[in-house]
Design a protein around this ligand. Structure first.
Ligand code: SF4
Length: 569
């Protein structure tokens, strides 16, 4: 705990207050090394028993009531009551003027171990750090200065924990690229978004080109470059299982999909990010437990593609964020600020899609949508905002047919003149849109739950039984960019065709092959790399969903003032 606090107080807060841990190669190797040592644990002879025999004990647990500290020491060596704690480190020591030196965090850690040993009656004048990177032992004297530093660090850590407010991220620190929590912490992004405060002279400034402030201006205001410390895209892939009579079992670390007992697909649990099941797919208890244990959510859809639930492990217990989410959702002014940013960005993204892809971009509609986006940024209340969003949506969907590249006779019927229709969709394009929105709400729900939000408490969408209001809020900006674009590419690149639909009465649905084609188009789209307008680096849309949700969490926790909606140029 002290090691983490001295390394970075924010890291300490995440791990010891919010209980957020993220595994990296370094942390996995560290845990394996400690597990190995624990297996060989042997007790430390009690101090003062008069026995002067050599001592070498591994994985020694000691505690001090006076210091209120506990330590698990890799090795304690010495003779009789005179001992030296030895801690193993994977990396290299710091290059000092007169040779290798311990890093500050390591020095405090072994200092605390030595003081706890003293508190238990041992004599301890020095500690040793063994750095595996250079295979060197570095000795640390336990003097008055170190004792004072340990006590000061412990007091500061307790004070930070009891205040309950997360410390700010380190600024441009070389520690961050090595930190396993960097995708959660977003140090540079949080700092850049916090600088939006300087431009926050009007309520509606979250929007990228309202009141004369454009996304470009905001990017300029972030004078320091934002390092892309998060991976550009996930290494893990979602697994989709669609079809009646299938079952998912688990053998060792491998999921096995069977059709009437016959193995049809295998996937290693460690290589998938989520499991999506459509219709009557049976999951064995071993598969559900294994996925929960590995933190891989299972998303449940009806056979027709309606998203109706998630199964996941205990996940994050970030009560601080949820507490703020509930509190802020009751604050009408705050909710309106977030809702304005979301709706204005959505309208701008719809407009961009029309401008870029319409066969004959409708100038009047584009002009009116630009005006509506600006109006959204100034809406007086949620009712007005809903009206603006509805007007923009009608215009957009009336023009949606112009985005489809169909050839006579081989494509799909155009959209109804009414534009968007649903529950049930009455034409193939609307069937595709409904399915794509189901996939998107599923992904945003997973992101919200992963971060520690309650997906059902939103700021724009109002609470209603069974409605993931926050997920619906967060997906608004991405409907045109991910879902609508995926539908366009499914149609325009012939991933789905005329035979991929079935009609029952007035309802139109997708056949299994149509669903597969749409899933393929959706996954391609969400995996597409795109430049973040505020941070200037390229990451996948899936990654951006998470970054945007984490930025909202920063706004709720008071770390940044202005929520930056996501807009493509
Ligand atoms: S990424 Fe940097 S600021 Fe964030 S917790 Fe890690 S070390 Fe601290």
């Amino acid at each position: 705990m002290l090691n983490e606090f001295v390394y970075c107080p924010r890291l300490f807060f995440y791990e010891w207050v919010e209980r957020v841990f993220v595994e990296s190669v370094d942390t996995v190797e560290g845990s394996q090394r400690h597990e190995k040592l624990e297996r060989k644990a042997d007790p430390l002879p009690p101090a003062g028993d008069g026995d002067d025999r050599p001592v070498r004990s591994r994985s020694v647990s000691v505690a001090s009531d006076e210091l209120k500290l506990i330590a698990v020491i890799d090795v304690v060596e010495g003779s009789g009551s005179r001992v030296t704690p030895v801690d193993y480190k994977k990396g290299r020591p710091r290059d000092g003027i007169d040779g290798p030196e311990p890093w500050d965090a390591d020095r405090i850690q072994v200092g605390a171990q030595a003081l706890i040993l003293r508190a238990n009656g041992y004599e301890c004048d020095e500690a040793v750090l063994y750095y595996d990177g250079t295979r060197q032992r570095v000795r640390v004297r336990i003097d008055e200065q170190l004792e004072a530093d340990v006590r000061a660090a412990a007091a500061a850590a307790r004070s930070v924990a009891s205040r309950g407010a997360i410390p700010p991220p380190l600024v441009d620190s070389p520690k961050c690229p090595r930190c396993s929590l960097v995708p959660v912490c977003l140090p540079d992004e949080t700092a850049a978004a916090a600088r939006l405060r300087e431009l926050d002279h009007a309520e509606q400034l979250p929007l990228f080109d309202v009141a004369g402030v454009s996304g470009g201006d905001i990017h300029q205001a972030s004078s320091d470059p934002v390092r892309r410390l998060v991976p550009a895209r996930d290494d893990l892939r979602p697994l989709y299982v669609t079809g009646h009579g299938l079952s998912i079992g688990k053998s060792g670390e491998v999921l096995q999909v069977r059709e009437r007992g016959k193995l049809v697909q295998e996937a290693r649990v460690g290589e998938i990010s989520q499991v999506n099941v459509f219709g009557n797919v049976q999951l064995t208890a071993a598969a559900v437990q294994g996925l929960c244990w590995a933190d891989r959510p299972i998303a449940h859809f009806s056979f027709g593609g309606w998203f109706y639930g998630l199964t996941q492990g205990i996940g994050l217990k970030n009560v601080f964020l949820r507490r703020e989410q509930f509190r802020r959702s009751e604050d009408g002014r705050f909710a309106l600020r977030i809702a304005r940013a979301i709706v204005a960005s959505k309208i701008r993204n719809q407009r961009t899609l029309l401008q870029r892809n319409h066969i004959e971009p409708p100038a009047l509609v584009l002009k009116r949508m630009r005006r509506l986006a600006a109006d959204a940024g100034e809406a007086e209340d949620l009712a007005e905002l809903l009206g603006i969003e509805g007007t923009a949506a009608r215009m957009y969907f009336q023009e949606f047919g112009g985005l489809l590249k169909q050839e006579d006779g081989d494509g799909l019927p155009p959209l109804d003149l009414d534009g968007r229709n649903r529950r049930p969709p009455r034409d193939p394009v609307n069937a595709l849109l409904s399915f794509a929105y189901s996939l998107l709400v599923k992904d945003v729900t997973i992101v919200c739950a992963t971060i520690g939000f309650d997906p059902f408490v939103g700021f724009y969408h109002q609470p209603r039984f069974g409605r993931p209001a926050l997920a619906l809020d967060m997906m608004e900006m991405f409907r045109p960019l991910i879902a609508d674009s995926a539908v366009l590419s499914a149609i325009n690149t012939r991933m789905v065709g005329r035979d991929d639909f079935i009609q029952a009465g007035r309802a139109v649905g997708l056949t299994p092959s149509g669903r597969k084609g749409m899933i393929r188009a959706y996954e391609q789209r969400i995996d597409t790399l795109v430049t973040h307008p505020l941070f200037g680096y390229r990451v996948s849309y899936r990654r951006i969903l998470e970054i945007q949700a984490r930025l909202l969490a920063r706004v709720l926790m008071g770390e940044i003032v202005t929520y930056p909606g996501f807009e493509t140029r």
